[in-house]
Design a binder for this molecule. Structure first.
Ligand code: XIL
Length: 371
């Protein structure tokens, strides 16, 4: 008798558990792209494995949750033009085919950037060679994907924190107008693709003013620029909401779209007072810099969930101006922040955990639409 009752109790407990977990499963299938379909595109940065559909768990999420993708690395110059005038389009072609097949828009990242350049051009001395490279690279890559790539980050990270132009091989050899010229060439090569300027920290007042001046210069030259990409590598505990709001207003006033192109909200302490997403920056680790290597405390996950919800509430307020929100990676394990600016940390900046399960941040953001 007692045995029988305990079995019934056991069965009841199992059904309760499966009921709860099936609720979890159906909640998981709530999709970001559906939830925000009338507001903005929801994108994700994808790596080689994901482009080749070799990461099965990520594949499910990419197709279920997102309607835009950005290649994390494979359209950068060092990959797509590894040798002078020798292009390797294999992975970019696969990316475009993957996106077409799944009705996903591609943001090309990126045509002109001072970083991840091929070795042959990093130390190029002659201005003529740099000019030739610049024209040939933009024209060849942008024309191949005209209309197949929905938008290009034509120029990435041309500005310093004070709003002046960053020292780079392009500025050195081509002069102040190189950004305008990059857009002019992209416009000619890709008339059916949107053209964006992309950078980090451009929500900050000084750098924002520099970006506005740059965009106005492009417009004054009669050259097309469709939008600005604010990368959005921020810290969950220090989200610059006021600066973000001010930026959306000021950039939109220029008649262009605003996208959040590389969103991730780190929960780890920063080794710097002024935070940067400059990929060349490194710092040494110490014991205080990697506090959650054994797991994300619930209080921190909740704090992050609130930060993400606050951000999305703001983005919804400006949904007419915001064209796309792209996360820089599918899940926490794949985030570049585990190795930047300190190598070998355990960060938790995204919506899906290391088992591809949605985190509190996912649900809090979905909930911003449920009221
Ligand atoms: C990062 C990638 O995520 C890493 O895999 C790579 O090693 C370095 O670049 N701003 C950008 C992105 O525009 O291209 C950078 O991506 C992150 C910062």
């Amino acid at each position: 008798m007692i045995r029988k009752y305990s079995f019934i109790l056991f069965v009841a407990a199992i059904s309760l558990i499966s009921c709860i977990s099936s609720k979890k499963v159906s909640a998981q299938t709530t999709s970001l792209k559906e939830t925000f379909k009338n507001d903005f595109l929801i994108g994700v940065a994808i790596n080689v494995q994901q482009i080749e559909e070799k990461d099965a768990a990520a594949d499910v999420l990419i197709k279920q949750q997102f309607n835009a993708v950005t290649p994390e690395n494979i359209m950068k110059a060092e990959v797509i033009e590894p040798k002078w005038n020798t292009f390797n389009f294999d992975l970019a072609d696969k990316l475009v085919a993957f996106a077409q097949k799944n009705n996903i828009k591609v943001n090309g990242h990126t045509l002109i950037w001072h970083s991840q350049l091929p070795a042959f051009m990093r130390h190029m001395q002659s201005a003529d060679s740099v000019k030739q490279y610049f024209e040939n690279h933009i024209t060849t890559v942008a024309s191949r994907y005209d209309g197949k790539v929905y938008s290009w980050d034509v120029v990435n990270e041309a500005l310093n924190e004070d709003g002046t132009l960053r020292k780079s091989i392009f500025l050195d050899k081509l002069g102040d107008d190189y950004v305008v010229e990059a857009f002019r060439l992209a416009q000619k090569a890709a008339p059916h693709t949107k053209l964006y300027y992309n950078d980090y920290n451009i929500e900050q007042p000084k750098k924002r003013a520099g970006a506005i001046a740059l965009i106005k210069k492009i417009q004054a030259a009669g050259v097309r620029i469709d939008g600005v990409g604010i990368q959005g590598h921020w810290r969950a505990y220090n989200l610059p909401l006021n600066d973000i709001e001010e930026s959306i207003k000021e950039f939109s006033a220029l008649g262009i779209e605003v996208a959040f192109t590389e969103l991730d909200l780190s929960v780890l302490p920063s080794p710097f007072e002024k935070v940067t997403a400059d990929v060349s920056t490194t710092a040494k680790s110490d014991s205080t810099m990697n506090p959650y290597k054994n797991g994300l405390p619930d209080s921190v996950a909740q704090m992050q969930a609130k930060a993400y919800a606050d951000l999305f509430k703001l983005l919804l307020k400006y949904k007419k101006n915001v064209s796309r929100v792209t996360f820089w990676g599918v899940n926490d394990a794949q985030s570049w922040l585990n190795n930047f600016p300190i190598r070998g940390r355990t960060d938790y900046p995204l919506f899906f955990d290391r088992n591809f399960k949605p985190k509190p941040a996912f649900y809090s953001v979905i909930a911003t639409k449920e009221k």
